[in-house]
Design a binder for this molecule. Structure first.
Ligand code: GDP
Length: 297
């Protein structure tokens, strides 16, 4: 995901660390290259600008330029700033899924990987946290999507709410809530319908479902390959339905990584998980340290 960015930054920092003594001009020139590399990775302009400004302010102080290993100090500053951009000031807390049955609302555009992610997360909660999970598909327009969730549920050993043809999304949400209580589930996950683009009908439906379920977590699934578009989708969903966290899918692909770097800074919403493939285990908790490590190689 970050290969190009990683290569570009690697080149800049190699030169800096080999150079020995560093002047402020050297740092400024290097940061100009970092800015270009970030923009090419599809990081949003204000984020790239803010990043470079902050690193430059810290790296041009005499404590750095006059130190014995100035290049390495700059790399350390970049590393720390990357973590700040990726996760804000603090790593996110655990998902709020105490008080059973805890509802998790899954939202996102069609094709973002929402249904796959719903099942992956259900499996993770079952395997790691020993939660009893119930999944329900609310995609009444696409019977195939409802079937898909049922099939995934069977694969991973997680129950799905039986499909009742003709029900509305709100009716399904009510039934899921009831079934989760009666059946003694710890968590129930509502896989809402997606659309190709954000539209009012979709948002009205998600809002109606949200009002029934009062979710503690509303997780937005977005395609990490789409860079700044992913961030725009997150901004819109958050404005319309309120989002508590983001899942970036397809981070195994050869996208440019900008979505991961801009998401928190632009939307204020934490990235919770990253999808790293089609398999049911290909979901990783978001770890800013690890991502910064990957970016800096
Ligand atoms: P939905 O329309 O948002 O529910 O999307 P789906 O869950 O049906 O996913 C669409 C396609 O993307 C499927 O072929 C998934 O296997 C694939 N997919 C989902 N997440 C990932 C991921 O993290 N990496 C890769 N490579 N493919 C993914």
């Amino acid at each position: 995901m970050f290969e190009n960015l990683s290569d570009r930054l690697g080149g800049v920092f190699d030169r800096l660390t080999k150079q020995g003594a560093l002047s402020e001009d050297d740092v400024t020139a290097a940061m100009r290259e970092v800015r270009v590399a970030l923009l090419e990775a599809d990081v949003s302009l204000p984020v790239a600008r803010g990043f470079v400004k902050s690193v430059t302010a810290k790296a041009t102080g005499s404590a750095v330029t006059k130190s014995v290993t100035p290049g390495q100090q700059v790399v350390k500053i970049v590393h720390d700033e990357l973590i700040k951009v990726l996760q804000g000031e603090d790593a996110p807390e655990a998902l709020r899924i105490d008080n059973p049955p805890a509802p998790i609302l899954m939202v996102g555009l069609q094709g973002s990987g929402k249904t796959t992610t719903t099942a992956k997360l259900a499996k993770r909660l079952k395997d790691r946290e020993k939660k009893r999970v119930l999944m329900a598909s609310l995609d009444t327009n696409r019977p195939a999507a409802m079937e898909q969730l049922a099939i995934l549920g069977q694969q991973i050993g997680v129950d799905t709410l039986p499909i009742v043809p003709g029900e509305s999304a709100v009716q399904i949400a009510k039934r899921a809530k009831q079934q989760a209580s009666l059946g003694g589930y710890d968590v129930y996950m509502l896989d809402t319908a997606g659309r190709l683009h954000i539209d009012q009908v979709l948002m009205d439906e998600v809002q109606a479902v949200r009002d029934i379920a009062t979710p503690r977590e509303t997780l937005l699934v977005v395609d990490g390959l789409t860079g700044q578009d992913a961030v725009n989708v997150a901004t819109e969903f958050d404005a319309k339905v309120g989002v508590s966290g983001v899942v970036l899918t397809r981070m195994d692909g050869d996208g440019r990584g900008g979505a991961a770097l801009s998401m928190r800074a632009v939307t204020g919403k934490p990235i919770r998980f990253v999808g790293l493939g089609e398999k049911m285990d290909a979901l990783e908790g978001f770890d800013a340290q690890r991502i910064a490590g990957r970016i800096l190689g």
